[in-house]
Write a protein that binds this ligand. Structure first.
Ligand SMILES: [Zn+2]
Length: 314
């Protein structure tokens, strides 16, 4: 998880969260400690965050705070006030199938437990799953989530209702009732409808993985993402065996295969990256690939331990 780089986005998200909420005017929050995560990593104790109409207008030490005007609502909340956490890789509607297939390794968990159930899921199910997961995340201080999922309209709607900030990356998978080209059309139209980086929703493109789609379709989706100036989101090197067929055919690691095919040429977010060696990490660093570290998922599925120290050092 990362933090949202602007102080007190949690407050912003929560106060902007409901369309039925009245305008908030000017508000002051006083906390024992304000962690800003700004460029200087400033920490103010005690600190103040002032907001106007749901947006932060001043952050700093309490001693330097401008005089509160009479119309300002002042909230002495104590504790820690910090930017919202960012969930950098999730399939949140799967909260509905939480716990199913526990103990299975990735391939059996996907093919025997998840995909049959997700195949019967409706857009309404996905809305409820996203709403539940979004509420759970907000309760724990996660105000932004990067979602890789189908039913993208439902996910956007549920996140909008909950007040969460969303990076929606509709996924392309091999087992789909939509043909590949029809799905591409879906993604382009969805991007045009919902991509709003100044607001609370931005849109990327997700290729599930090279082992599921094959290298060609991943290359095509990477080109599409670049043409839209969008983030390409994919699973990479999650388990040791998932890409064995491709790695044997190309006689190199899956990371090098994708690098050599230009997949990392744009803005790329790769999830898991457990089975990457030092040469792979060097390639990813060269291409500025962002890595979503998924320790809980990796532990749950026994996928392995990502070389986090080396990834961070690169
Ligand atoms: Zn995933």
């Amino acid at each position: 998880m990362a933090t949202d780089p602007l102080a007190a986005r949690t407050v912003t998200a929560l106060t902007e969260g409901s369309a039925s909420m009245p305008p908030v005017g000017r508000e002051r929050f006083i906390a024992d400690v304000v962690v800003t995560c700004d460029e200087a990593d400033a920490v103010h104790g005690p600190g103040v965050v002032d907001m106007e109409d749901g947006r932060i207008c001043w952050v700093g030490p309490k001693a330097d705070a401008p005089k509160a005007c009479t119309t300002m609502s002042v909230n002495d909340i104590g504790g820690l006030l910090m930017p919202g956490l960012v969930n950098s890789h999730c399939h949140t509607p799967m909260t509905l199938v939480r716990g199913v297939g526990d103990g299975l390794p990735l391939q059996r968990w996907l093919t025997e437990a998840m995909w049959p159930r997700e195949g019967r899921m409706t857009s309404e199910d996905a809305w409820w799953g996203m709403t539940l997961g979004s509420a759970e995340m907000l309760q724990r201080g996660v105000t932004t989530t990067c979602e890789m999922y189908l039913f993208e309209e439902s996910v956007v709607d549920a996140a909008h209702q909950s007040g969460a900030r969303l990076v929606m990356t509709p996924v392309v998978i091999s087992e789909s009732s939509r043909g590949f080209q029809d799905r591409i059309t879906d993604l382009v139209e969805f991007h045009a409808r919902h991509h709003d980086p100044a607001g609370r929703t931005s849109v990327g493109i997700a290729a599930h993985s090279a082992y599921d789609l094959g290298v060609g379709p991943v290359v095509e989706l990477a080109e599409l993402a670049r043409s839209l100036d969008a983030t390409l989101h994919l699973h990479l090197a999650e388990t040791q065996k998932e890409s064995a067929v491709l790695e044997e055919r190309f006689d190199r690691s899956i990371t090098r295969i994708l690098h050599d095919h230009g997949v990392f040429g744009g803005r790329v977010l790769a999830a898991h990256c457990v089975w990457v060696d030092s040469a792979d990490i060097e390639l990813m660093a060269e291409d500025d690939v962002a890595v979503a570290h998924c320790p809980v998922s990796n532990m749950k599925l026994g996928a392995g331990i990502a070389p986090l120290v080396d990834l961070r050092a690169a």
